[in-house]
Design a protein around this ligand. Sequence first.
Ligand code: CP3
Length: 318
Amino acid sequence: MRQAGRYMAEYRELRARHTLLEICRHPELAVEVTLQPVNRLEIDAAILFSDLLLPLEPMGIPFTFAKGEGPVIHEPVRSAADVDRVRQFEARDALPHVLTTIRILRRELEGRVPLIGFAGAPFTLASYAIEGGASRSYARTKALMYGEPTAWHLLCDKFAAAIADYLVAQVEAGAQAVQVFDSWIGALGPADYREFALPHTRRILDAAASTGVPVLHFGTGTATLLEAMAEAGGDVIGVDWRIPLDEAWERIGDDRAIQGNLDPTLLLGPIDRLLEGASDVLRRAGNRPGHIFNLGHGILPETPVDKVEMLAHMAHRL
Ligand code: CP3
């Protein structure tokens, strides 16, 4: 959950000299950043440093990260004609640096902790491509989804095909688990999820599962979607803090593992409240096998790094 990033001085130091995309595109930099949290925190896995949006560029949807504003897509996908122009890509040709980063990381990690690869789910990727950046209402995304369902499904088909292969390529390069981020899927209700997102996400999760590595399936705001998300697939379902962990697990089913779900803003508050929150998550997991303790979403840039160090340590102790 953005375990590498701006809350760490060593990351900010590197970012002062390189843009985010430069770091993503240069394996030696991406390797260094991936290892920063592994070297500092008691964490049980490394997550590849990259970004969800990297596949957009080779698909003909270029973007940049604007200072303080997040991603900006230069020519958003707004019509059926725009969807027709979206290209497929072959990860081994278009994003070889990501695969190189994975190969080097496996060497550098020397089995200390496993390495997680990742990619975005079609709904979340489509929402960036269509909105042109972050959104509150997903109005344009839903306008295309409801108004031009054929174009919507074609766009998601293109993402699903490309991303499925991208995840397989990451596993071939050495990723020992993969996570599919459907970060903004909570914008949909269960019926729309089943109609407009599930079949496409399933295709990606099936392809990832065929490699044999564990597959994590994450979203936020998903309290009403958990059964359907589990149906779509994933050995592990990642949940945010808006639903108590035990309740979420019941909905997901005890044949699946669960990842979560401490509110990351607790890291900004007093220590007793943070520890109480962590204890509550662990109590709700009830010592059942198959719980991965994690935050419910990304660490915020203003988070004091010593709190994160302490949380990782305390989670193990508890
Ligand atoms: O967790 C990790 O350590 C791995 C690195 C990672 C990044 N992005 C680096 C990054 C991962 C797993 C991602 C995934 C990602 N990217 C998601 C899904 C996960 C989630 O948070 O739900 C999404 C939605 C994106 C798209 C994205 N990238 C946005 C919206 C932003 C801007 C937000 C912000 O906080 O400014 C980014 C930038 C980004 N990607 C940063 C990092 C560390 C912040 C970067 C910086 O400017 O240095």
